[in-house]
Design a protein around this ligand. Structure first.
Ligand SMILES: [Zn+2]
Ligand SMILES: [Zn+2]
Length: 277
């Protein structure tokens, strides 16, 4: 019998750089990391600084340490948590690490190895006691990390590339779409395919439409574009994600109010938010 429980939990909701402090305490200062549990199976999306507290929780709860980690891409804000992820230092762990934006010129093992090499980091990735499997794919491939879970992927519009995901389990669909930039006035067909009738759509809402003109070509989108996409694709719940570190709690409260007015049910992601698709 498959455990039907499907939960999504946010451990880091920021983009660019962690920004802890009194002005970001309610939404949180850690960078991108989202835990999805599909019955017994654990899938992690991105390993930003939010990966560290997730690792502590995994060891504390003694949950199975066999799981998959999917990277949207390998900019620092999405990978910086790995050297501080406790399961990597535990020989019981078996971690499959996936990325879809590096082939054919590089691969995820080489890129993470570079991050963990002197003089950037004092200890090499070989120090990990966990069993690691590195799996490079091409954004657009369909993945089946384990029976009962399907994962559609697609390329996003971001410097150096990024991968969007659509996870389906038990008749529900969750889309994880960060980091990506839209073309004003257009709906990205790659994104539309991944979010079509999704129950939950997690979207790069780094900016507002007012801020966007001065951040053109930075590789990020706006909450208003998230609303336009979600409406066009008949998404159930839109979750705004990858907040700009310049946006303090008061700013995010205003975004939350404006977005809920524009599309009732829209939620600004915060650390600790748990969803049941
Ligand atoms: Zn980012
Ligand atoms: Zn990025």
């Amino acid at each position: 019998m498959v455990d039907p429980d499907f939960t999504v939990r946010f451990w880091g909701v920021r983009g660019s750089i962690a920004c802890p402090g009194p002005d970001t305490i309610r939404y949180g200062g850690n960078t991108s990391c989202v835990e999805m549990r599909c019955g017994e199976h654990l899938l992690i999306f991105d390993g930003g600084s939010g990966l560290r507290p997730l690792g502590q929780e995994l060891l504390r709860t003694a949950h199975s340490l066999d799981f998959d980690l999917f990277y949207s891409h390998t900019h620092f804000d999405h990978i910086v948590g790995l050297p501080f992820f406790a399961p990597c230092y535990d020989a019981r762990s078996h971690i499959r690490i996936w990325a879809g934006h590096l082939k054919p010129n590089s691969g995820i093992e080489a890129v993470l190895g570079k991050m963990m090499s002197p003089p950037l980091f004092p200890i090499p990735i070989d120090i990990f006691a966990a069993t690691l499997e590195f799996r490079d794919f091409s954004a657009g491939d369909a993945l089946t990390p384990c029976p009962g879970i399907t994962l559609e992927t697609g390329p996003l519009n971001h410097p150096n590339g990024a991968t969007g995901y659509r996870l389906e389990f038990n008749g529900k669909a969750v889309a994880y779409i960060t980091d990506t930039e839209h073309q004003p006035g257009a709906l990205d067909p790659n994104v539309m395919r991944l979010i079509d009738h999704a129950d939950v759509m997690i979207y790069d809402a780094t900016y507002t439409d007012d801020e966007y003109p001065t951040h053109h070509d930075w590789g990020h989108s706006t909450w208003q574009q998230g609303v336009r996409l979600a409406d066009a694709a008949a998404v159930d719940r839109l979750i705004l994600f990858h907040h700009d570190p310049e946006h303090d709690d008061a700013f995010m409260d205003r975004v939350a109010a404006d977005a809920a007015k524009a599309r009732p049910g829209t939620v600004v992601a915060y650390e600790g938010l748990v969803l049941r698709p």
